[in-house]
Design a protein around this ligand. Structure first.
Ligand code: ZN
Length: 76
């Protein structure tokens, strides 16, 4: 059984990442406060994710975006 590494909430079995969607969103919102220019890039990505065929993948993709943003910031 997987739990969210941020809040300890038990995650759905089909979820392959160790963070829940709520915590992923919180992390992203914090990033936006730190670096507002990321918001435009992220908005476009979210529009893609909102397409019905992508909804199932959304939690995982959100997590991937958080990681990508982290890497971008580390590289500066
Ligand atoms: Zn969580």
């Amino acid at each position: 059984m997987t739990k969210c590494r941020e809040c300890g909430k038990i995650l759905p079995q089909e979820q392959r990442i160790d963070i829940c969607l709520d915590c992923s969103r919180k992390k992203i919102q914090k990033r936006f406060r730190d670096d507002p220019e990321l918001k435009d890039v992220f908005k476009k990505t979210i529009e893609e994710l909102r397409k019905p065929e992508n909804v199932k993948k959304m939690a995982e993709d959100t997590y991937r975006i958080v990681n990508a943003i982290n890497e971008m910031r580390d590289g500066r």
